[in-house]
Design a protein around this ligand. Structure first.
Ligand code: C2E
Ligand code: MG
Ligand code: MG
Length: 570
């Protein structure tokens, strides 16, 4: 078939009523089906051999048959033409509105393959166009437009269920020098290799995009801590800084990174990217191969934190940690019946660092695991030493943090420490917080149950500050609630705090739990707690945290409420 076979088609197209393809086919079919009738008519006109009545009858039958035949033919043709008309309409729709066709693909004849091939071709074309419009040719990464689209989506999700996003803008250091010295094709190879390496640091939900020349931007949507943002940036920079083998040459490069975090550094796509760029420029201005947070405050905090963490790593080995013990007094007898072991760290560089500062770092870095084990061992050994020295029975309470609690071998570790030190489990108390046990209730009940079975006392620390569910409370095998000192310190001045304290005591009573009040500093607070049925108290009113020697003399001096000089300095 060639162009000349379009003659009839082109001839018919000249007549305006026949502009439609269907019109042309229908006209031809109409004429074709009328040929026998016209032939008959012509025959009668020229032969004149039949009677008029006969002629009329034959013509009437022929006319009826022709009309019926034409009707049926046109009707069938109308349906047979549908594949062509449908394909044409579909193409039109794709061109005008970019809507992809859904044409049938199961027919094997010419009209069937017209539909199927149109469908497939448009699909491929669309994919190719989409790829060209959204992906970078050289690296195959999403381009800026697609990244913006994904970021917009991530942002609206983050706003809805309140989580953080981290955006890291990366730029290779001195890339144009490599391009100039080794040529563009080596530069391209380097960019591809960089992308290859960056993708190994990515999680499934991360988006990495090439914004331009040697500039990349990464989005992480499941940021858990600020530190994980710096850890990720560090990892990206380290992987980029490894040497490359390109066309038989060893090439070195590095990158700088700027980090912004939603919602702290911006709440819109534009703001977050603009600030990431500003942070990147700052990083580039300082020294190569570094990252910068957008907020300078965050940078200095981060540096201090990193330095502390580094020091903390060596603290145990360098014997910079020690324990202080704060007495817990029984209100009925006035005797010290327990002591809380409180961790202290004296760093040669930072001096005495408060636990409020270093414990979160130890928790986030995982260092709390060995440190916590050391605390438990030291506290148990100390208590055993007191027992051996003839002290009255004394419980030592040790704080457990979330990561210790989640540690698989917590129970074995506790068993081992008790065996090693020879301390009776009834002389040990473990303090856990509400937030820690409501994370996985079933698991917490199981772990606490095992500890409880061994005769270890269990207490819920800082009670009232977390999200305790009263329903769960009765399921946990705990012995004691420790009312947080934020309530205790205001019992005299704030009626709400007084009411909460009263309610916690009543709750503990009805659940048959022992109740300890933390942070008792005044006689007034003590009276209030005593009048409302609190069992035990702990606070500066009696004593701050003491060294083992100071505690020995505290206990020997205090048989009843003795107003002891507060020992706040450690
Ligand atoms: P915590 O377990 O609630 O410990 C009680 C804190 O209140 C201690 O602070 C103690 O010194 C302080 N305190 C006691 N009486 C009073 C008072 O009358 N007034 C005031 N204002 N404060 C009082 P510290 O030693 O700074 O410990 C802070 C937190 O650090 C502890 O809170 C505990 O959560 C954590 N911590 C301490 N040692 C350890 C440990 O060995 N392991 C773990 N995981 N956490 C620990
Ligand atoms: Mg505690
Ligand atoms: Mg507490």
């Amino acid at each position: 078939m060639n162009q000349s076979s379009l003659q009839l088609y082109s001839f018919l197209s000249r007549f305006s009523p026949l502009k439609s393809y269907k019109g042309k086919i229908m006209l031809v079919a109409f004429l074709g089906t009328h040929v026998p009738l016209l032939t008959l008519l012509f025959y009668f006109v020229i032969s004149n051999s039949l009677t008029l009545a006969m002629t009329v009858r034959v013509l009437a039958i022929a006319l009826l048959a022709t009309l019926a035949g034409t009707g049926a033919t046109l009707y069938a043709l109308h349906y047979l033409l549908i594949p062509v008309l449908l394909t044409s309409a579909t193409l039109q729709k794709y061109l005008a509105q970019n809507i992809l066709p859904s044409l049938p693909t199961q027919f094997g004849d010419e009209a069937g393959s017209l539909m199927a091939n149109t469908s497939r071709t448009l699909q491929k074309l669309d994919e190719a166009i989409h790829h060209m419009a959204n992906y970078d040719d050289l690296t195959g990464l999403p381009n800026r437009d697609l990244f913006l689209e994904r970021l917009r989506l991530a942002l609206s999700e983050a706003k809805e269920d309140v989580h953080h996003l981290v955006i890291i803008a990366l730029d290779l250091d001195r890339f144009h020098e490599i391009n100039n010295a080794l040529g563009r094709s080596t530069g391209d190879l380097l960019l591809r290799e960089v992308v290859q390496r960056l993708t190994t640091c990515m999680e499934e939900t991360d988006v990495l995009s090439r914004f331009g020349n040697d500039e990349f931007v990464m989005l992480r949507t499941n940021l858990t801590t600020l530190d994980s943002a710096s850890a990720l940036s560090q990892e990206l920079l380290e992987t980029i800084a490894q040497p490359y083998q390109l066309n038989g040459k060893t090439v070195h490069t590095s990158a700088s990174a700027g980090i912004t975090i939603y919602p702290f550094d911006g709440t819109s796509v534009e703001q977050l990217l603009q600030n990431a760029d500003a942070a990147l420029n700052q990083a580039k201005g300082q020294q190569r191969n570094t990252y910068q947070f957008y907020s300078s405050d965050r940078n200095s905090k981060l540096h201090e934190r990193l330095a502390l963490e580094e020091e903390l790593r060596h603290a145990l080995r360098r014997e910079e940690m020690f324990l202080r013990y704060q007495p817990r007094v029984d209100l009925e007898t006035g005797n010290t019946i327990a002591v809380e072991a409180l961790l202290r760290w004296r760093s040669p560089e930072w001096g005495l660092v408060s636990p409020g500062k270093f414990i979160p770092i130890a928790e986030e870095s995982g260092l709390i695991i060995p440190i916590g084990e050391w605390v438990l061992r030291t506290a148990c050994a100390q208590n055993q030493a007191w027992q051996k020295a003839g002290f009255p029975p004394l419980r030592v309470s040790v704080n457990l943090s979330a990561c210790q609690f989640k540690q698989k071998n917590l129970i074995e570790m506790v068993d081992q420490v008790l065996t090693e030190t020879g301390l009776d489990p009834s002389y040990l108390e473990l303090e856990v917080t509400e937030s820690l046990i409501v994370e996985d209730v079933e698991e917490a009940i199981a772990i606490l149950g095992q500890l409880h079975q061994r005769g270890i006392t269990l207490s819920l620390d800082d009670f009232g500050t977390g999200y305790s569910s009263m329903n769960y409370l009765q399921q946990f095998p705990i012995n004691t609630l420790k009312i947080d000192r934020s309530f205790v310190s205001h019992v005299g001045s704030n009626p709400n705090n007084a009411a909460i304290t009263r309610a916690i005591i009543a709750l503990a009573r009805s659940l048959h739990l022992n109740i300890t009040a933390e942070g008792v500093e005044t006689q007034e607070q003590l009276n209030y707690l005593e009048n409302h049925g609190c069992d035990e108290v702990q606070g500066y009113y009696f004593s701050g945290a003491l060294s083992p020697d100071a505690l020995t003399s505290f206990i020997s001096r205090s048989t009843n409420y003795v107003d002891v000089e507060m020992e706040r300095r450690h």
